[in-house]
Design a binder for this molecule. Sequence first.
Ligand code: DGT
Ligand code: ZN
Ligand code: CA
Ligand code: CA
Length: 589
Amino acid sequence: MNRRSYRGKCIKLNLKNFEIARVLHEIAIYEEMKGEMFKPRAYEKAALYIGSLAEDVGTIYKKGGIKALMQLPGIGRNIAEKLVELIQTDGLAYYEQLKREIPVDLTTLSSIEGMGPKKVKLLYEKLGITNIEELEKAIREKRVRALRGFGESSEQKILKGIEFFKKSHGGRFILGFILNTFEDILQRLKKLDSVKNAKLAGSARRMKESIGDADFLASSDKPQKVMDFFTSMPEVAYIHTKGRTKSTVRLKSGINCDLRIVPEESFGAALQYFTGSKQHNVLLRTIALHKGYKLNEYGLYDKRNRQIAGKTEESIYSKLGLPFITPELREDKGEIEAARYGRLPKLIGYDDLKGDLQIHTNWTDGNYTIIEMTEAASKAGLEYIAITDHSRTLEIAHGLNERKLKQQEKEIKRVNNTTKQNGRITILTGVEVNILKDGSLDLENNVLMEFDIVGAAVHSHFSLSKEEQTKRLVSAMYNPNVDILFHPTCRVIQKRHPLDIDFDKILDVSKETNTILEVDSSPERLDLQDEYIQRAIENKCKIVIDSDAHDKSHFHFLKFGISQARRGWAEKKDVVNTLPLEKFLKSLK
Ligand code: DGT
Ligand code: ZN
Ligand code: CA
Ligand code: CA
């Protein structure tokens, strides 16, 4: 997959990658307003790259100075100098000057369809519009149509754009790109003297692949202080509401965050309630009613309205006669039934993976060498990995031909010998072979035979008919050298629908041919997704969870693959790369 797709990550304290990427992104838009030719693209590329890094750019700078920054892809001296200023001073004179000239919520306004940089500028200069709320108001008051270059129809177009933004992009954010931000806010909340307990609830706690907003929860005797802190965090772009028990803000990244404050004795009940899902809660309340109790966000109450549980979540489930149900399962997919009868799955744990079978290096579209990726995998706690760069026909990723693959194999064996001598991680040879339109592969069988691991994947012709697409995948799975079907449905969250395939047929053939189905952990893929994972497991198909890492920092994506598998009710035994190396290899075709 393409590394450019890893967007928007990671703020710790002060200005970290996420914030820096946003500044660069906004400079790109400002440059476009000015009519610059090449600068917008250069800043945009740098923004995307830095947004994708999990390693803090500040740390990279500390270790290797400006030189190390200039070695990052797409970062020349001019931008590197800006980075240094951002890292050292938490600010950037150039950006602040641009911002003074046109002080608007640029990230949001410019991502609305129908609103280019030039329009943002004009709307600010003529009507003083600085954010999405003001824009919507101005359109509803019919003030925009009077401007040159706008008319009634462009008003309507922008209004539609605003609605679409609120529903889709403005509506949902990819969890893997934004969870660090929340964890960071949570850490700061917990450090406040006025806060006793704090947690992230909602869909983020259930580890849904995308979330509408973030729901923070805190217990405190001094709510005012906590709210003052929350609404004045540096990430905040706009305060929707500020109250004693509930506040809502929008962060600069565009996402809304709720904070609710409850008394300590209700913390568990509130956590249970605001973790959701709504349907799970409805069922739980029904069980409470049957027992003659009442359940709400303050606690579980008996007939005489005495609180019988509420300080912890466990106490609530337990008083309802249930074992604790982990948040990833709370989707009303039979978890309450399973809990009642002691049949909850023993979910795969976040530390259970021993191997990673899809990794890319700078031999194709990855950012680092085989050695660097191997060391990073080892640090992430893995015992074995496969290097699986792209094959010949994937031109955008500079796919490798047979000659190059042979060279790479030698290099892998060389590195493997040294790392194994250190008693460390084992590197398997591998390839991500491209499945062509007719289901054939772009490498011959005598080449494929040589690899320890062959993953086959579709990267083109996404809209064939269901019949053709299914046949295509099936014929790849029948190849005796293909061990794994990589990112089997090819969906990209918010961007590309899953392939139209007969998934039951894929499951049958997966089982028949012993072809493993992958859960690709890249945050915007998460492919297989939870429902498909559940079906695969019910059909006794094998799955693996891979990082699809294109960067040293991408091994942390595995967490999101694991959470997706947990949401699909996967146990450790269902996931073959939880096995130690020998057993794993024996389980292949
Ligand atoms: P999201 O934000 O769309 O990704 O999904 P959630 O699940 O985070 O939903 P959200 O933020 O609207 O509300 C957080 C939780 O609060 C939700 O999962 C369950 C609970 N909740 C909110 N409103 C209601 C309600 O009207 N009834 C019930 N039973 N629970 C609610
Ligand atoms: Zn791929
Ligand atoms: Ca939410
Ligand atoms: Ca919410």
